[in-house]
Write a protein that binds this ligand. Structure first.
Ligand code: HDE
Length: 709
């Protein structure tokens, strides 16, 4: 009972601001009833409109000001509500009840996003994904503002505007939208070798996830956990999706751009709507203070991860997203995250990227949301009470009583009074600092090649192929040869085999040397010399956790399966397959040559979910083609039907078919793949389910190149 109450507390809090117009009479914003919202007040039916018309003025004025600035980064996003439950108390590390009280269900709001594109850009851009979680704890808000990759491009906040200006559309023509494949980005990357680690992750399939629900999340920086005795441990936060990690191919991403630009947004919404709630386990990688310097890299450097083989990830609790927002603008757009929103028991480190972020997030809300009162917006307000002497400013909602807005005071009885330590006030961790004030970077941050190389070595062959293709695509879009040459030179330092594949694709040689120092990111000559990347180290041959294959799931829940049918299809076979898939939570969609309904061989009508012309194979995870001679004839006449089959094969997805459908399927490339383990003719639904859960049969990858779609 207590748990349920806690779980709903943010929902109840938001409900104070919900408005439902059902059965209500229309009014102006001032509450005056409105009789006509179609015609303005005029001097005669064909006369000029009158300025007096307060109903027209109010309607148009509000409309004129409906937009707010989009986020400078992460503009495109999708949100969902849920809760977090702890498995066991982490009190030896932290005093935050969020992580010590297993009876709690802490409400959360999560926003997933792409980084570079505008608010209306396509979901499948090759990009990092934001993974920001707001925990509404009884002790205040804790925001874990992370990404789906465990490292970042740069080491110091000072460089963030440069990084973002280079990747955003080029400022003269505002081209390209939501794409890193252009000169300015590679100009920056090729001169800034600290970017290479995050960059190679972006070249991997992690940058084109199948779903927000199937990607990991990472807090990136090393944070601190502080326990009740004041002892600190370093921590890295991880989110592990229970559906496993899955991605799509670049060819699909390009096609999804056209077929459904809202692919990820729709996917998240539909899964939650269908009661298939996505879940992630929260993981801690804990490093005792005394081990800070025992690694081959600096744990304060945000371009480095701590391999899970060196420090295992301890799964401490589970997050479930189970409610779609009521209003996109009010919740997903107005939510304001901040890595500086922490509660007692969680603290910062000196990671220079984190330190800069602590300034940036409130600052940006001032221009985006327009007021320091953004914490009063329902989605942002904590579930516990807030009391302080901050007052006024634009759009203040709180009506503070009393005469005093200062501390100390006697007139107000000294209130609000300070939290005594026993009541759990926030005290910063007492880190000892004895240093000179310098504008500099630690030389312990100079290793720029070892971890990109570790990442590449840890991938499967098919993942490596995708990385090589991605570099070739991206650099192929650049127009300056010297930028491509610098990139080839640098990639060669990461991995020679990778560089030679990319060089071949670009039709260029890998240069033996390049003009000037490889890393030019630091500034004055002496600094540039001091900060050249060191020789690549091999402190770990492979980290299994870096490959997408590491997190698997045998669930096919929410996988979308297309059933390609024409009138007269084998109803019995289709129903058997449909039931088997739906029993496992998959979403079956009937795709037919026409819309409306389609008849099976028993004469029964079945609702068509998509006519072939209105859909694409890239919107589904797998395909099934039942038999039925009339159906086969109908599919033979449907112009796009073979394309659906061929593309499903090309993207290495599972296909099941009845032999009765072969008369149609012989017009496709399926015949060439009869021995493929994920091409199942007259096989049991169980075998199909196993192949769908495996996501793709990548063994097929080389051979499908012959399919010309
Ligand atoms: Fe952000 N980042 N960031 N960032 N970031 C923003 O804040 C910034 C960084 C991340 O769904 C902005 O409210 C700086 C790392 C996410 O609302 C802004 C630096 C990581 C989101 C900002 C970084 C992130 C943001 C834009 C370098 C992963 C979306 C709008 C010092 C750990 C949150 C806003 C949402 C958003 C600044 C680097 C994640 C401008 C200065 C590293 C997920 O304040």
């Amino acid at each position: 009972m207590e748990r349920n109450k806690a779980k709903n507390s943010k929902k109840n809090d938001l409900s104070k601001n919900l408005k439902n117009d059902d059965g209500k009479i229309m009014t102006t914003n001032q509450g005056v009833k409105v009789n006509d919202t179609n015609n303005s007040l005029k001097a005669g039916e064909r006369g000029a409109s009158l300025l007096e018309d307060f109903i027209l003025r109010e309607k148009i004025t509000h409309f004129d000001h409906e937009r707010i600035p989009e986020r400078i980064v992460h503009a495109r996003g999708s949100g969902a509500h849920g809760h977090f439950e702890l498995y066991e108390s982490m009190e030896s590390f932290t005093k935050a009840p969020l992580f010590t009280d297993t009876s709690r269900k802490t409400p959360v709001f999560v926003r997933f996003s792409t980084v570079a594109g505008s608010k209306g850009s396509a979901d499948l851009a090759r990009d990092v994904r934001g993974f920001a979680t707001k925990f509404y704890t009884d002790e205040g808000i804790f925001d874990l503002v992370g990404n789906n990759m465990p490292i970042f491009f740069i080491q110091d906040a000072m460089k963030f505007p440069d990084l973002i200006h280079s990747v955003k559309p080029e400022p003269d023509r505002e081209i390209p939208q939501a794409a890193s494949a252009h000169d300015t980005f590679y100009d920056f990357v090729s001169h800034t070798t600290e970017t290479l680690h995050n960059h190679i992750w972006v070249m991997s399939d992690r940058a084109i996830p199948r779903s927000y629900r199937m990607m990991e999340g990472f807090g990136i920086h090393t944070f601190r956990l502080v326990n009740a005795e004041g002892k600190s441990h370093f921590v890295k936060f991880h989110w592990k999706p229970l559906l496993g990690t899955h991605s799509i191919t670049w060819d699909e991403a390009v096609k999804i751009h056209g077929a459904d630009t809202d692919f990820h947004r729709r996917d998240l919404w539909e899964a939650i709507d269908a009661g298939q709630y996505p879940e992630w386990e929260l993981g801690f990688q804990i490093v005792p203070e005394e081990d800070e310097h025992k690694f081959d890299f600096d744990i304060l450097d945000p371009t480095k991860l701590i391999p899970e083989e060196m420090v295992p990830v301890q799964r401490v609790g589970k997050m479930t997203l189970n409610r779609n927002p009521d209003n996109f603008f009010a919740e997903t757009e107005q939510v304001a995250f901040h890595p500086g929103h922490v509660v007692p028991g969680i603290d910062f480190t000196n990671d220079p990227l984190l330190q800069g972020r602590l300034f940036s997030y409130t600052d940006t809300q001032l221009s985006r949301l327009g007021s320091p009162n953004f914490h009063e917006i329902p989605i942002n307000r904590p579930i516990n009470e807030t009391h302080n002497n901050q007052r006024d400013a634009h759009m203040r909602m709180t009506i503070n009583k009393g005469k005093t807005a200062y501390f100390p005071n006697s007139i107000g009885g000294g209130c609000p009074h300070l939290a005594k330590m026993a009541e759990g006030g926030f005290t910063s961790y007492e880190e000892r600092i004895d240093a000179k004030k310098v504008r500099a970077r630690s030389e312990s941050f100079n290793d720029h090649y070892s971890q990109p190389a570790l990442f590449y070595r840890s991938l499967t062959d098919w993942e490596k192929d995708h990385v090589a293709d991605a570099y070739t695509f991206e650099l192929g879009k650049c127009t300056y040869d010297h930028i491509k040459e610098r990139m080839l030179y640098i990639i060669n330092n990461i991995d020679e085999d990778l560089a030679s594949k990319v060089a071949e694709g670009l039709g260029m040689e890998i240069p033996k040397k390049i003009d000037g120092p490889v890393n030019q990111a630091i500034g004055a000559d002496d600094d540039v010399k001091k900060h050249q990347p060191g020789k690549k180290q091999n402190y770990l041959n492979k980290s299994e956790a870096l490959s997408l294959t590491h997190l698997q799931s045998d669930s096919i829940a929410t996988r979308k399966i297309a059933f390609l049918v024409g009138d007269g299809f084998d109803g019995e076979s289709m129903s058997k397959m449909k039931k088997a898939l739906e029993d496992k939570g998959a979403m079956v969609q009937i795709v037919a040559p026409h819309g409306g309904t389609v008849k099976c061989d028993k004469g029964k009508d079945h609702k068509v979910d998509a006519a072939i012309l209105t859909t694409e194979s890239v919107l589904y995870d797998a395909l099934y083609v039942p038999g039925g001679s009339n159906s086969v004839e109908a599919l033979k006449k449907a112009p796009k039907a073979p394309k659906i089959v061929n593309e499903t094969l090309k993207h290495c997805k599972a296909i099941a078919a009845d032999s009765g459908a072969m008369e149609f399927l012989k017009n496709t490339y399926l015949e060439d793949f009869k021995d493929d383990k994920a091409v199942l003719i007259d096989e049991t639904p169980a075998k199909f389910i196993k192949q769908i859960a495996a996501h793709r049969n990548w063994d097929r990858q080389k051979k499908v190149m012959e399919i010309p779609v």
